[in-house]
Design a protein around this ligand. Structure first.
Ligand code: DC
Length: 211
C-alpha cells in the first residue's frame, strides 16, 4: 500500500509521515530530501542552478540513497547539510526544472514499487503515485507553519524564516496542487498524534474496502 502525503513546508508532513510509517511498519520516503541532496551536489560542483539541462544530467548521474534516516548522494552523507537555510533558499529553483523533475519522478516511482510506503512531497498524489491507495494533503495557517520552522531552525530569525517560507511557497506553487481525490487535513490546531490517527483511519478504511 502507498500512502501519499503532500503539502507545503511547515504543514507537518515529515513528522506525521515518519510517525505513521513507524506505526504501520511501512517504509518512509522523503522526496524533498532528494531535491535537497541534488541541490547540495549542484552547489558543491558549481553547477548553475538556472541550467535545467545540466541539473537534469547531474540528477541522472548522481545516485541518491537512504540509509535509515541518513541521506547520501554520490557517497556523501548530506543528512545535516541539506537542512541548512542555504539549501532552503535555493532548493525550489532546482526543483522547478522539468528535466530534474522527470528524473526524480522515475526514481521515486522505482522506490514506491518496492512495496508498502509512506511517501511525502509535493506531487506524490498527483504525479509520482497517482494511484496511491491513500492520499492526504496537509495544510496549516501561515503563522503556525512559520512557528514550526522557528522550532526547527532556532539559529535563524523568525521574520527571515517567515519570508523564506513565503518565497518558497510561491516558487513551489506549480507543484503544490492537491490531488482531486486527496483528503485535506488542516493541522493548525492538531497535534501530531491526532493527524496520524486520522490518516491511520483512512488506511484502515482503504484496507477494508479492498478486501
Ligand atoms: O519538503 P521539503 O521542504 O524538504 O522539500 C524541499 C523542496 O523540494 C521544496 O521546496 C519543494 C521541492 N519538492 C518538490 O518539488 N517535489 C517533491 N515531491 C518534494 C519536494
Amino acid at each position: 500500500m502507498i500512502v501519499a502525503i503532500d503539502g507545503p513546508a511547515g504543514a507537518g508532513k515529515s513528522t506525521v509521515a515518519r510517525s505513521l510509517a513507524d506505526r504501520l511498519g511501512f517504509r518512509y520516503l522523503d522526496t524533498g530530501a532528494m531535491y535537497r541532496a541534488l541541490t547540495w551536489l549542484a552547489l558543491n560542483d558549481g553547477v548553475d542552478l538556472e541550467d535545467g539541462s545540466a541539473l537534469g544530467l547531474l540528477a541522472e548521474a548522481a545516485r541518491i540513497s537512504f540509509d535509515g534516516e541518513r541521506v547520501l548522494i554520490r557517497g556523501h552523507d548530506v543528512t545535516e547539510e541539506i537542512r541548512q537555510a542555504e539549501i532552503d533558499r535555493v532548493v525550489s529553483t532546482v526543483a522547478r526544472h522539468p528535466q530534474v523533475r522527470e528524473v526524480m519522478r522515475d526514481r521515486q516511482r522505482e522506490l514506491a514499487e518496492q512495496g508498502d510506503a509512506v511517501i511525502e512531497g509535493r506531487d506524490i498524489g498527483t504525479v509520482v503515485c497517482p494511484d496511491a491507495d491513500v492520499k492526504v494533503y496537509l495544510v496549516a495557517e501561515a503563522a503556525e507553519r512559520a512557528r514550526r520552522r522557528v522550532a526547527d531552525r532556532p539559529e535563524i530569525g523568525a521574520e527571515a524564516l517567515a519570508t523564506d517560507l513565503r518565497l518558497r511557497d510561491q516558487r513551489d506553487a506549480a507543484q503544490m496542487q492537491p490531488a482531486p481525490d486527496a483528503e485535506t487535513i488542516d493541522t493548525t490546531e492538531l497535534d501530531v498524534e491526532e493527524v496520524v490517527d486520522r490518516i491511520e483511519r483512512l488506511v484502515q478504511e482503504r484496507a477494508k474496502a479492498s478486501k
